[in-house]
Write a new protein. Structure first.
Length: 863
């Protein structure tokens, strides 16, 4: 190498000298050329001839120098070996890179495999590793490689190596049975690392701090020596032992996601599970894996202050645990279920009821009495096991990559500076996020909507401008491989488990994969509309099934109106009904009028109790703050929620449009505080069906696929529903929201509905109220002189007869009416023989004894 270096330097010097020699010759050759214009050409030729030998000499020197440089460039043996090794390395690297790229392509294809199959493959791989490790560690039959591997593990972990096969098998089974956590593996990793390190350190301490290699391998291995021995040197073995025990307990708590304050509860439930007192064990928020199924992106705050969509943090402020029982999914011990809804002991009350029937007569009960006629303290809600689960959600598929490429191609063809930066896959559609370059108008993307639809081979695309909370334009394109959303998954979700309100119902999933639930008590009324086959009936079934799974008859009562006669017949006979399913449109009008009357009666109770909402009234009744007056026959009970579902509003409007509209408008205007809520469904959302008065008082809308833009504007007051793809694809606009949210409605099968209905029927018989649809000819004949004062007159009669004191001023105080109204009530009682004539300032004589009160009230009501 030194010889080559010196030779190279010499050749360089010679080339430099020859170059310098050539430069003067060249300059000399150029000078005569310049003088050729002034001197004769003959002299120029002579000078050129004289310089020719010098040029030939320099050319010969240059050739000799090149020959010597080639000889010097010949590598030696060691250099040749190095060059060969370098070439071999480069070739190997290129071959390896080519193979890696090929494997990467195959891996990209493998990612299209179902996530469940990938989990099964990983679980089986762990089980296989456990088998190999067991053969090496337990039986010593794994061959030389296995022996070496077992020796390394013994050297690292000592005796703990014997437990590794069992742990690997359990890990593999867990991977195959449960989905991976969406929030990452940080918490389990910290927990199991703490358990592992503390266990090895404790093994080292228990073995007496061994110092020899063989003794360490019989204890905690090198890791145990580092942890336990190092801690012992730093403090002492007596301090190191409790510290490692605390680290072990910390690891157990973190790995099992159990706070310290919940340890006693978990131990009690584990004991109940071991002794057979409960059939299944779930934590207080439901199944751990089900709680993790919510996508992170679904938890973004998008207009949370305006939405009524139930999220994990949504807790109703007015409710207490005594008002609403716990979900059946928590499987509480029996002693928890006895505290569901404690009813105070009934006490007599002097204040008359709003409609108290004679107890000795066999007449129909009122809504409140029907709800509590049978104590449902033993009523068990159906188990969530009767609801099926859906397939695992896909995060991406090959179709998404194809759509992204098509979008990029469209932007390139039309010279639009835009790029697809990400996408969010939902069950039905995928929202692609498009970011624009500088000085690019959003209108450019909107103008390309038809070209985008042509490129992705779909006409049902929507452009969101912008995506809430992002500086990007959203392009919603239907999935070619759409997924169904099971109602069982929605009701098992974290959101459903975090709130026990009986009016929580499952709607489906949003475009980000998050579960969508809503509280019907907050909506408080909703309009559901869509064309035939769009998913409207499935939505109604999901609402009713959710109520059957979560609410008892004492909490929620139902009035179902089904003019089509075939949609809701499955629910006939459930104990939640206040009346058999109404199928006659004329009787449906009477049923809505009864709802108005029930609403007015509830408002009278709220006014007398001095509260503003039915929840406040029920809470005071349960706590004993509202009691019946002594001497009264009325028993104060909580009012259940009343949900009225009209499956086809168009049929009712065709028969009795004026009466139906009047009742619906009055209910929607006033019934929220009384705990009465309305669900209106129609497949013909025209202006003559969904009138302006109805729309103005129904704040929440749920639109499924419509046949025209006009229908979408009738439902949502904006376009969008005409672009939906059907089969449960909907736009949900809750009260207070400015923009609708796209959801995929939950699906519940007929077998699941029948199972829930049969369970409810087996728990309790239905208590019907025939007055709901009483025909005009069979209604109570009320004296025209009484008019609208029937309820006040009955209360006045009850007050006067029970107290045996007929005074107008007493009626003013008790009934909170004016002097004129109290005087008129006293005159009505006089004409009906309840009190005697006026005697000036003295109280009137009461002519009816308390034992005859029921008959007098019945005659006044026309019974």
């Amino acid at each position: 190498m030194m010889a080559r270096t010196s030779g190279a330097r010499g050749a360089a010097r010679k080339r430099t000298s020859s170059g310098s020699a050539r430069r003067p010759a060249a300059s000399a050759a150029r000078k005569p050329a310049k003088k050729a214009a002034k001197k004769p050409a003959k002299k120029a030729v002579k000078k050129t001839a004289k310089k020719a030998p010098a040029q030939r000499k320099s050319t010969a020197k240059k050739a000799a120098a090149k020959k010597r440089s080639r000889l010097d460039a010949v590598p030696g043996p060691l250099e040749a070996l190095g060059m060969g090794l370098r070439g071999l390395w480069v070739g190997t690297a290129r071959t390896t890179g080519w193979m890696a790229r090929s494997v990467g392509k195959e891996a990209a294809t493998a990612r299209e495999i179902d996530p469940a199959h990938r989990r099964d493959g990983l679980g089986l791989l762990l089980v296989g590793a456990a088998i190999v490790l067991a053969c090496a560690v337990w039986f010593d039959v794994a061959g030389p490689v296995g022996e070496r591997f077992a020796f390394i593990l013994d050297w690292l972990m000592g005796l703990a190596t014997r437990a590794l096969p069992v742990l690997l098998v359990l890990w593999g089974l867990r991977v195959m049975r449960q989905e991976p956590p969406e929030e990452g593996h940080g918490r389990p990793l910290v927990g199991w690392m703490s358990i592992w390190l503390s266990s090895l350190g404790l093994l080292h301490l228990i073995s007496g701090l061994p110092s020899e290699m063989g003794e360490r391998m019989a204890a905690g291995g090198q890791i145990g020596w580092l942890v336990g021995g190092g801690l012992s040197l730093g403090v002492s073995p007596y301090v190191a032992f409790p510290l490692l025990v605390l680290l072990l307990l910390f690891g157990v708590l973190v790995a099992t996601a159990t706070p310290v304050n919940q340890v006693p509860t978990r131990l009690i439930r584990l004991w109940d599970l071991a002794t057979g007192k409960v059939e299944t064990y779930e934590d207080e928020n439901g199944d751990v894996q089900e709680r993790r199924r919510l996508s992170k992106e679904a938890e973004r705050l998008k207009e949370e202050e305006a939405r009524t969509i139930h999220r994990a943090t949504t807790i109703l402020p007015r409710l207490t645990p005594e008002e609403v029982p716990e979900l059946n999914t928590e499987a509480p011990p029996p002693h928890h279920r006895t505290e569901v809804i404690p009813d105070p002991e009934p006490q007599p009350r002097r204040e008359p009821p709003k409609h108290s029937p004679p107890p000795k007569k066999a007449e129909q009960p009122t809504l409140t009495e029907a709800a509590t006629a049978v104590d449902d303290g033993d009523y068990q809600r159906p188990s969530l096991e009767i609801l099926h689960t859906g397939p695992a959600a896909k995060k991406r598929s090959k179709a998404n990559e194809t759509v992204i490429a098509a979008l990029q191609e469209v932007f390139g063809q039309f010279n639009v500076d835009a790029a697809v930066t990400g996408f969010t896959r939902g069950p039905t559609v995928t929202r692609y996020e498009v970011e624009l370059g500088p000085a690019v108008k959003v209108e450019r993307i909107i103008q390309l909507s038809k070209n985008i639809a042509y490129a992705v081979k779909s006409s049902d695309i929507r452009i969101i401008n912008p995506i809430p909370g992002k500086s990007a334009v959203g392009v919603e394109i239907p999935n070619t491989d759409r997924e169904d959303v099971a109602l069982g998954d929605v009701l098992r979700s974290k959101e459903a488990a975090s709130d026990d309100h009986p009016m929580i119902v499952g709607l489906g999933k949003d475009i980000e994969g998050g579960y969508v639930l809503t509280n019907l008590a907050k909506m408080p009324h909703v309009l559901v509309a869509g064309a035939t086959g769009s998913g409207k009936s499935s939505c109604i079934n999901a609402l009713l099934t959710s109520l059957l799974m979560r609410a008892t008859p004492e909490q929620v009562r139902l009035l179902l109106i089904d003019p089509k006669r075939v949609e809701l017949t499955t629910y006939e006979g459930i104990p939640h009904l206040v009346h058999p399913i109404v199928t006659n449109p004329k009787k449906a009008s009477d049923a809505l009028q009864w709802v108005v009357k029930e609403m007015d009666m509830r408002y009278e109770d709220l006014a007398q109790a001095g509260v503003r909402h039915i929840d406040d009234f029920n809470r005071k009744v349960r706590s004993g703050q509202i009691k019946a007056d002594p001497g009264s026959n009325r028993e104060i009970r909580p009012h259940p929620y009343l949900l009225v579902i009209v499956d086809e509003l168009a049929d009712l409007m065709m028969v009795a449009a004026r009466d139906v509209e009047e009742s619906v408008v009055r209910i929607t205007q006033l019934a929220r505080a009384a705990g009465i809520h309305l669900v209106l469904a129609t497949q013909r959302p025209s202006v003559d069906v969904v009138t302006g008065l109805i729309k103005a008082n129904v704040p929440s809308r749920l639109a499924f696929s419509t046949s025209s833009l006009a229908d979408s504007r009738v439902i949502l007051d904006q376009p969008g529903a005409e672009k939906l793809v059907g089969r449960g694809d909907g736009l949900f606009l809750p009260m207070g929201a400015s923009k609708p949210e796209r959801i995929q409605g939950a699906w519940v099968g007929d077998a699941e509905i029948e199972a829930a209905v049969e369970h409810a029927k087996s728990q309790m018989d239905a208590q019907y109220i025939d007055e709901v649809t009483a025909a005009p000819g069979t209604k109570k004949e009320i004296d025209a002189e009484i008019g609208d004062d029937l309820d006040l007159l009955c209360q006045a009669v009850e007050q006067v007869v029970t107290t045996q004191f007929g005074s107008t001023s007493m009626l003013q105080r008790k009934l909170r009416v004016g002097f004129a109204k109290a005087g008129r009530l006293m005159d009505l009682m006089e004409t009906r023989g309840v009190v005697g004539p006026s005697e000036g300032t003295k109280a009137r004589d009461v002519l009816v004894q308390p034992g005859d009160l029921d008959g007098v009230l019945a005659s006044i009501r026309g019974e």
